[in-house]
Design a protein around this ligand. Sequence first.
Ligand SMILES: [Zn+2]
Length: 264
Amino acid sequence: MAARYWRILWAIAALLAAGVTLAKPWPGDAQAAVVLGYDDALPSQLYTAVGQLNDVNIKATFYLTLTTVDASGTWQQWRDVAQQGHALGNHTFSHPCRGDRAGRGWVSAEQDLSRWSAQQLLADIERAQQQLNQLAPASERSFTPPCGDHLVGGKNYWAMLPADISVMRVPYDTKLPPVSPGITVIPTWFPVDVSAQTLINFTEKAARDGGIASVSFHGIGGDHLSVDSAAHRQFLDYLAANRNRYWITTTVALARHLKTVQSQ
Ligand SMILES: [Zn+2]
């Protein structure tokens, strides 16, 4: 039953992402759901993205790497971000990625997931969960797998996630392995160095399709995999000006809504 349940949820998310329209799937008259994410707890998010989001009163989900929070001494800043109404998501404690894949020369030996066991990674995720709950307690949390990897020690850890993770964002092109029961999977675009118009076009397509525009950023006007801060602001201004057309929400709220739609 549980396996069937997540398959149905994934099917809904995939259909919506693929442009198949359900009858009035979104609250109000919204043409699409929009969920914004920011990975890696980067300084440019704290010093640029958060202010831009707050200026237009749009809430997002920040997927914190807790070792980065610790190293940068930004615990209080992230606590403030949560108190401003943004959600904090799990991106593991120490951000391990497989160093044995193409283009992963930058992965340190310590953070090389190909040298880790599943047990080690699950403990790392649990440690992140505990620290996130200290920053901003939540009964449900969303997760973004570092680097989109799912294999550790030859095992698929997406099927072993803790029960208090209810939703995960994965890159659009992911061939989905089994995931833990009850987890909603949101196919997500991770834009790098794109214009505001490209971000707007992506969102307009979701509106035409009645689907989901899930966008996850890294640096905003700095740091790695970045998007220009002016382009980011222009995109947010566009979303704010089109608030009546979009249901702009957090990843956990989107997953809850999809589960409600599915049960009707
Ligand atoms: Zn990351």
